[in-house]
Design a binder for this molecule. Structure first.
Ligand SMILES: Cc1ncc(COP(=O)(O)O)c(C=O)c1O
Length: 389
């Protein structure tokens, strides 16, 4: 028998792991499957970004290892974007780090900032790489449940002092996946204050910074005074520019924290493909225009989906950010069972809340990844599941 690490037992089981196989089987059997499970839109990236990639591919230099430094032009484009978008300044050489998608950066960050036995605060429901990073680094993952009655905010100040003293890292993500919650500025201020008081590093996941609606503008954590002492912010090209599979993200923060992450990454990977970084320059330099298109598409879908879901008997309000609806289920209806029946009997892939951790129970998540008509059809089918439950 293979010798395997004990830590494997600690990983809770990745929520998206088994769905693609079952989906393929159903499609093969002739079922018209509507997949609103993963946050992976059907559209390609904007044509200009693809053109930039194709052009970069012709340059032999782009086929070389990028290493952690990567393409200087990408670092500079990141710095320009942060200055333009959030009014914050970062040195492209020492305060920016290209990532192979933000996921690996978020997970590796725990290895750079925590010691075995330290506490890492992990919001739940939440994106799974936070707990993955905590487990891989031998830390103690302290689950912070996100509750509807607290607007899905993690109140660090309400945690026991002895926990905060042992905490080296907290992951926070607003606009939030999967709850679609947003963080008011005062919340960010009191959170940064607690981190500074206890010397806790803050990994602020801003993957949905550009996916906002109705005039809402998602802030950067670095708009908050003092955040540079404690925070690193993680960004992603995946959702803003529909570049999910291209694997491009970046981290910004103090020289010290960015260097720590760079050290860990140097031993795990060799940076994103340089040609993808070159395309990232085009994406970032035209971020407003590209994001506007993407947001207009998601806004139309959000409105159509909310209308159809309410008509189908669900209680759901329009979120001000992200590409998700976090939909409550009636009491007693388990989210995994709802998702199972939705897939097996109605051919709709959704994410059960429990897949994001036990605190996600009572909800399921829809991703606005398909067109309005398909979303309306999915809502009608899910309404039938609800009616039969
Ligand atoms: C909250 C959150 N953070 C990070 C990511 C990862 O994005 P990337 O594709 O850049 O790794 C996702 C992807 O779904 C996400 O939902």
């Amino acid at each position: 028998m293979a010798h395997l690490a004990r830590r494997l037992q600690q990983f809770p089981g990745y929520p998206l792991a088994s769905i693609p196989r079952r989906k393929r089987e159903l499609i093969k059997a002739g079922v018209d499957v509507i997949d609103v499970g993963a946050g992976d839109p059907v559209e390609p990236p904007p044509a200009e970004i693809t053109a930039a990639l194709l052009e970069a591919l012709r340059d032999p230099a782009m086929s070389k290892y990028g290493f952690q430094h990567g393409l200087p032009a990408f670092r500079e484009a990141v710095a320009r974007y942060h200055r333009r978008r959030f009014g914050t300044a970062f040195d492209p050489v020492t305060e920016v780090l290209p990532l192979i998608g933000s996921k690996e950066g978020l997970a590796h960050f725990a290895l750079a900032t925590t010691n075995p036995g330290d506490v890492v605060i992990v919001p739940e429901p939440g994106y799974q790489c936070y707990i993955g990073g905590a487990i891989a680094s031998g830390a103690e993952a302290r689950i912070a449940p996100l509750k509807a009655e607290a607007d899905f905010l993690v109140e660090l100040g309400e945690l026991p002092r002895e926990v905060l003293r042992r905490t080296s890292l907290v992951y926070l993500n607003y606009p939030n996946n999967p709850t679609a919650a947003i963080a008011p500025r005062e919340y960010l201020e009191r959170t940064v204050a607690v981190c500074r008081e206890y010397g806790i590093t803050l990994a602020f996941d801003n993957a949905y910074a550009e996916i906002t609606f109705d005039g809402y503008r998602a802030p950067s954590i670095f708009e908050i005074e003092g955040a540079r002492e404690v925070a690193v912010e993680f960004h992603s090209a995946s959702k803003s520019f529909t570049m999910t599979g291209w694997r491009l993200g970046w981290a910004v923060g103090s020289r010290e924290l960015i260097a720590a992450l760079e050290t860990v990454k140097s031993y795990h990977d060799t940076g994103p493909f340089l040609a993808v970084q070159a395309a990232g320059v085009t994406a970032l330099d035209h971020s407003e225009a590209f994001a506007r298109e993407v947001v207009a598409r998601f806004a139309a879908r959000r409105d159509a989906a909310v209308r159809a879901m309410v008509a189908a008997g669900f209680e759901v309000r329009a979120p001000r950010a992200t590409l998700y609806l976090w939909v409550p289920l009636p009491e007693g209806l388990a989210s995994a069972e709802f998702a199972r029946v939705a897939l097996e009997e109605e051919g709709v892939v959704v994410m059960p809340g429990s897949a994001f951790g036990a605190s996600g129970e009572g909800f399921f998540r829809i991703a606005l990844t398909v067109g309005e008509a398909r979303l309306a059809e999915a809502a009608e089918r899910m309404g039938r599941v609800l009616a039969r439950a």
